[in-house]
Write a protein that binds this ligand. Structure first.
Ligand SMILES: [Mn+2]
Length: 267
């Protein structure tokens, strides 16, 4: 078991067939932290609205494993995203909790070195998706998202491990509009304006860890395509954990090796 000061996971999309629950479970069973942040889109409530309730045992096991961590001492903080936005309606309650899980719209993470990071899913600050307030467009995008998920699943055998149609489309999107760049710049700008030393977010399903003008941008990625998480080590370093997809049993070692050359930022 690798134990961290903090773990950040986003865009699990439990309740959809695209969620890689088996890999997620293997990850949760080998990684722990004093504080675990679930940075939005944990359960995909959009899918329940449009496709009915589908929540297989393995997805239940993910929730149980997370609750187990809370029971055994990890502090769990759940920040809803746009796919679990129904929960945002309960944020006005005094200290909203789901059992031992604290529910927050966003929060600040105090790093070991004294820096403060803004922790938020990212959609509420994302000007393109402000359009989602528009109901007919929301419906259309939801259908489009469902179709893309289905197409991505159907074509998964055609792609190498770790690749998929949706990931392929997302990387095209990057080339056309440098969408990820603009998202990161936007989030960093907002973090700076609010007096934070950086931001931890998710939402765009693109794992990234960078330091820009002295500020940290940490994107957790997702458990649909990338299977990644952000971690703060016990000595205060941030790592992007990207476990080797084809070797489940070797995950912790691979995660450590990849974190070394892939995503280390000096504390
Ligand atoms: Mn999202």
């Amino acid at each position: 078991m690798r134990a961290f000061r903090a773990l950040f996971l986003s865009d699990l999309h439990l309740g959809t067939r695209a969620c890689q629950a088996e890999r997620l479970l293997a990850f949760l069973k080998t990684h722990n932290a004093d504080r675990i942040y679930l940075v939005g889109d944990l359960i995909d409530l959009w899918r329940f609205r449009s496709a009915g309730l589908w929540f297989p045992q393995q997805h239940v096991n993910v929730v149980r494993t997370l609750l187990g961590k809370a029971k055994h001492g990890s502090e769990l903080i759940y920040i809803p995203g746009n796919h679990d936005d129904l929960l945002r309606e309960f944020l006005d309650l005094q200290e909203p909790r789901l059992g031992r899980i604290q529910l927050l719209s966003e929060t600040a993470h105090d790093c070991l070195d004294g820096r403060r990071l803004w922790v938020t899913h990212g959609d509420q600050h994302h000007h393109y998706l402000k359009l989602l307030q528009n109901r007919p467009l929301h419906w259309l995008l939801d259908k489009g998202y469902g179709l893309l998920t289905l197409a991505s699943l159907a074509t998964r055998p055609l792609y190498a491990e770790g690749e998929s149609l949706s990931r392929n489309l997302r990387s095209r999107l990057k080339r056309v509009g440098s969408y990820y760049e603009r998202f990161a710049d936007d989030m960093l700008e907002r973090a700076a304006a609010a007096g934070y030393d950086g931001v931890v977010c998710g939402h765009i399903h693109h794992p990234e860890l960078r330091e820009q003008a002295g500020r940290l941008y940490l994107n957790c990625g997702d458990w649909v395509d990338n299977c990644t998480a952000v971690a703060e080590t016990r000595d205060g370093r941030f790592q992007l954990l990207r476990p080797e997809l084809s070797a489940l049993q070797d995950w912790p070692n691979c995660a450590a090796a990849l974190a070394e050359d892939d995503g280390r930022v000096a504390a």
